[in-house]
Design a protein around this ligand. Structure first.
Ligand code: FAD
Length: 310
């Protein structure tokens, strides 16, 4: 049963931030409500004021943002972009198809229709697909409050399970992503038998355009859901740089072992820590093989039990 609350519908972010300050601990931002209303029904959250951010014009826009220096433009996802909007956005499909493909596999269609990117990241559930994938896209989080605007890396924003660097009175307004160049093969693989993923592995292998040797010039590997927070595994990335795509199998075991070392799992209902470490090794190898095939223009056979490959 929901306890009584007042629903506020600000028209601007300034107004929303002012409401958050005015009502302090009694107020929370409210977007799709897929997490918040669940907590309220269970009595785990009892806010007396909900600040509905969905109707703030512009907060759900998906746009190009200027790149820094000679870098390509970045993609900006407004906080209230729904998973469905991300999946269907021609801009995201064109510039970052893996993000659109992953959005298609978040939760179920009811959650995707109303659940937002901002709500997903602000809630910091360790079983988030977006938080893992976005680490490989050098994501930044924009926060706005009466004190001004600040931007911080996603890796610094998510601090632990359900814990972020968001300060009281701050609103998450957008996420910035740096799309990979066209000469990149990437994959997001999630595994699990429950509603939310048990493991998420995001990888990207970048090569120099037109390089016939297919040598990896930059790599990204991120592991999520098994850790208190998603992590990029730099040691695994280092193993991959310089390898030839056609001979990636030579470094796969070393990269997968580094990914396991980077993971910090606990025993829980999703499985024991040892089981999760084993799954990290298995799925890091699988995700890298898929990404390498894609980088070479090959459509790989991708069917793994209880797993989704985006
Ligand atoms: C059945 C189910 C299955 C799911 N499966 C998956 C899955 O497979 N993969 C996955 O990644 N996720 C999954 N999720 C999580 C889902 O993605 C999130 O529930 C959704 O994106 C949250 O967005 P929301 O707009 O509904 O957030 P809300 O419920 O409105 O808010 C969530 C939290 O974020 C805060 N908040 C919301 N917007 C802002 C903002 N702009 N600034 C600051 N704080 C804000 C709220 O105060 C609240 O604390 C699942 C959820 C459910 C219910």
């Amino acid at each position: 049963v929901l306890r009584p609350f007042t629903l506020h519908r600000p028209r601007t972010t300034d107004e929303a931030c002012e409401l958050l300050v005015r009502f302090g601990d009694d107020a929370v931002p409210y977007a799709g409500g897929t997490e918040l209303l669940l907590l309220m029904k269970l009595g785990m959250a009892r806010p007396r004021h909900l600040v509905d951010v969905k109707r703030i014009p512009g907060l759900g826009e998906i746009t190009d943002a200027p790149g820094v220096g000679a870098a390509a433009p970045r993609l900006t996802l407004g906080a209230t972009s729904t998973h469905r909007a991300v999946e269907r956005s021609p801009r995201i499909q064109g510039r970052c198809p893996l993000v659109a493909a992953t959005a298609r596999h978040v939760a179920n269609v009811r959650v995707r229709n109303v659940g937002t990117v901002g709500g997903n990241l602000a809630f910091a559930d360790p079983h988030s697909d977006l938080a893992t994938l976005f680490l490989t896209l050098d994501a930044t989080i924009e926060l706005v409050s009466a004190r001004g605007r600040r931007v911080l890396p996603l890796a610094d924003f998510v601090r632990g399970p359900w814990e972020t660097a968001r300060q009281p009175g701050e609103l998450l307004t957008s996420v910035g992503l740096t799309p990979w160049p066209a000469s990149t093969g990437a994959a997001y693989v999630k595994f699990g038998v429950y509603e939310r993923p048990t493991l998420g592995v995001a990888v990207a292998l970048q090569c120099a355009p037109g390089d016939p040797t297919g040598r990896v010039t930059a790599a990204r590997v991120a592991i999520g859901c098994v850790n208190p927070r998603p992590v990029r595994v730099l040691a695994a990335e280092t193993r991959l740089v310089g390898a030839r795509l056609a001979e990636l199998d030579d470094v796969l075991d070393a990269a997968a072992a580094a990914a396991v070392d980077g993971a910090d799992p606990d025993d829980d209902l999703h499985g024991s820590a040892d089981y999760k470490r084993e799954m990290v090794a298995v799925f890091a190898r699988r995700a890298l093989r898929v990404a390498a095939a894609r980088a070479r223009g090959i459509v790989p056979p991708i069917r793994f039990p209880h797993a989704v490959v985006a």
